[in-house]
Design a protein around this ligand. Sequence first.
Ligand SMILES: [Zn+2]
Length: 467
Amino acid sequence: MSSSQSLKSPSNRLKEQGNASFTDTPVASPDLTPARESALILHPNSQTSGFFARWRRSFIAAGLAALLSPLTFLWPGEAPINPTDYTERTRRVLKITPLIDGHNDLPWQLRVELHNRIYDNGFDATTRLLGHTDLTRMRQGQVGGQFWSVYVDCDVNQQHFEDPSWIIRDTLDQIDVTKRFIQEHPALLQFCETPACIRAAFKSGRIASMIGIEGGHQVGGSIASIRQMYELGARYITLTHNCDNAFGTAASTVRAGGADEGLFPLGYEAVKEMNRLGMLVDLSHVSHQMMRDVLSVTQAPVIFSHSGAYSVTKHNRNVPDDVLRSVKKNGGVVMAVFEGMFLNMANPGASTIHDVVDHILHIAHICGWECVGAGSDFSGGPHMPIGLEDVSKFPHLVQALMERGATDEQIRMFAGENILRVWEEVEQRAKEMQAGGMKPVEKEYEWRKWHLAERDDPCNILRKSQV
Ligand SMILES: [Zn+2]
């Protein structure tokens, strides 16, 4: 099978599942069937009683909305609409607010299936592909901004405290292919390194495209490399993926029975430097103690690019309530993940759009609507929920939130205003820190080896001149 043919089928290496340390996760065989295309699928007969309970709540919320509000919603410049016309309300809200997704792994698919050769092999992202993501369906999904995830492997069998030479090289490969992919579609996508750019791209009708690095292992335990990744345009780093690194403890380590040692000394320095740079600190994938440690020291709001609520689904990748309360104080945002493993641990393939709504409403309940966003994990997770099968389905999630009583203003915060506010605050804090004279952090990994550059090298002329 040619590589172009393979990209047109769902990836056989969706990375959220490929983790040896998720040992207590029931390993369902990956769902490699084409995305279930029968739209917003609601199967009343196959759902549990929880399904009916949720819908009962929806009807009650809709009834209350109809009783308590005027019969029409007034929008400047638009005809009045019935508040229960969720489709039209969604269209209008997403017309004025960019829907910004925190995490999409299409670059990983480009790597696995095309070895990053996007110009030949008949690959065309503007046509419909069989995975979760293509530009045609992003348009249908009214996506206004996308953090593209840049990721290379990390597993418990690898040592990532020091840099195995290929990891930074391959991370550079992924940054490169993501930028080339964006450049290849100038009418549809715009590369962005600032929140102001997102707003401008949205106004011009393009999907703002940002880069996030999904794992602290990808900077080789080097603060200098964090700075250089920022220079290349990466705007968040997830401090760990599914393995511990020089910065701290991964959620998957704890899930596999390991100790939760939280944030490591170099992790404090990494957070400090990211704050100084104005780079978003992403706490998806880190252990609960590491979440707490980072929140106790960060000088700027944090993000969770793709995480759910632990109280709703007790998976270590999700965020516990005490951390949600800290995020509220911190002013950060939790972008709710869609991957079924984090929604329905017993049967990820049976997760539905309503499970995602449950997570979002819980985060909003504990942390406030100022705290929530969307972080799909499309093209990275194997079990997308029924009703949220691909990037075209984002409006259905907004409609489902409205059915459960969310107001237009709450939806605007969820869709994009929260992550924009967080990023603007992160930028502001960085400006203040730099104006205050804070120098770039020079701390290094405690057991760092300086290859061919040890201090007792006889060629060390600085030291010789000092004696
Ligand atoms: Zn992930």
